[in-house]
Write a protein that binds this ligand. Structure first.
Ligand SMILES: [Zn+2]
Length: 337
């Protein structure tokens, strides 16, 4: 769930612009979210999508995030929402654990061969999926193209044609880190929503009042855990032990025993590690990865695996299984380079 109060405080421009559009029912046919911090932009893209369909919006026009419609969209189960993200998992129906496992395995294999990009076929698939009009009674369709920075030129040409013929009940959301990575002709057809980096110093100060461990504070702030999330992590999860496990795992990630240590250690207390625990573990690994400061191919590959792992935690996948896949993926990639 997105903390709407924090959203308002930290991204005032985005908040105000989207709130006005939702309240006056004047949505743009395409939004371009740009600026640092992929996670925030994705979360707000989700909130905007939910807000379009939710019947219980707050006074600012934003979704309740709790009703059936909001939950469906969060789980990627709404046929009128087409979400294209790195990894390319698209769902029109809930997937079984077996299907998800197969997808995840396949994705790791596919990704060993090529880098993920948004392609022309992806854009054409969206057009095709939406050609017949809305399926649910919300009567609105939304597509989200995450990390549009990674689009091929032919994908952009197809998207451009799509944007040139706007439909009244269709909204697109593109997210990019760098505006300069997007064709000017696309930029000019989208409403721009700037996202700014949050003051990390402010967050660090607040976290320091809560935790007496400077590295843990640094990891939490670096991973953009707000006070609420950091608080519940500390209360319910073994944040310190997870950090220690990540610290021990990182230099040994090429060894089979590294995973076994995790399964016998911090993630073994019960057979099913919680999502927040696994998510924090992945954030710790990302932190240690960035601290290595070698921006080579392996670095980028590992970063992608970890970010996608965090993203996949939103899906109904067994966190223990996910952890195993990521540990194996990380090991293989580290050995290959
Ligand atoms: Zn709702």
């Amino acid at each position: 769930m997105i903390d709407k109060k924090l959203f308002k405080e930290q991204q005032p421009v985005a908040f105000r612009t989207l709130s006005n559009a939702l309240k006056s029912d004047r949505l743009s046919h395409a939004y371009l979210f740009y600026g640092p911090g992929g996670a925030t932009k994705s979360r707000i893209a989700l909130l905007l999508t939910q807000s379009i369909s939710c019947k219980h919006c707050d006074e600012d026009g934003f979704a309740c995030q709790e009703c059936t419609s909001c939950k469906q969209i969060e789980r990627d189960e709404n046929p009128d929402v087409y979400w294209l993200r790195p990894g390319g998992l698209r769902q029109t129906k809930p997937l079984s654990r077996k299907e998800l496992t197969a997808w995840w395995k396949n994705e790791l294999v596919v990704r060993e061969q090529k880098t993920w990009r948004i392609k022309k076929e992806d854009i054409l698939a969206i057009q095709e999926a939406f050609a017949a009009g809305a399926i649910t009674n919300a009567d609105h369709q939304t597509y989200i193209l995450e990390q549009y920075d990674a689009a091929t030129p032919s994908a952009s040409n197809s998207l451009l044609k799509f944007l040139e013929e706007p439909k009244s009940n269709l909204t697109g959301i593109l997210t990019v880190d760098e505006l300069s990575n997007v064709l000017p002709t696309i930029v000019s057809r989208c409403q721009l929503i700037p996202f700014r980096a949050r003051s990390r110093a402010a967050l660090v100060n607040e976290l320091e009042e809560m935790i007496d461990d400077s590295e843990l504070v640094e990891i939490l702030a670096w991973s953009e855990y707000d006070l609420n999330r950091a608080g519940s992590l500390l209360e319910e999860e073994a944040a310190f032990e997870i950090r220690d496990a990540a610290q021990a795992f990182w230099p040994n990630r090429t060894k089979h025993t590294a995973l076994v240590d995790l399964q016998l250690g911090v993630f073994a207390k019960d057979a099913h590690p919680s999502r927040p625990a696994v998510e924090f573990f992945l954030h710790c690994l990302l932190y240690y990865l960035e601290k290595d400061q070698t921006m080579d191919l392996m670095h980028l590959d590992l970063r992608m695996i970890l970010l996608e792992g965090i993203d996949a935690l939103r899906l109904p996948l067994d966190p223990a299984l996910l952890l195993e896949r990521i540990a194996n993926g990380t090991r293989k990639r580290s050995l290959r380079h």
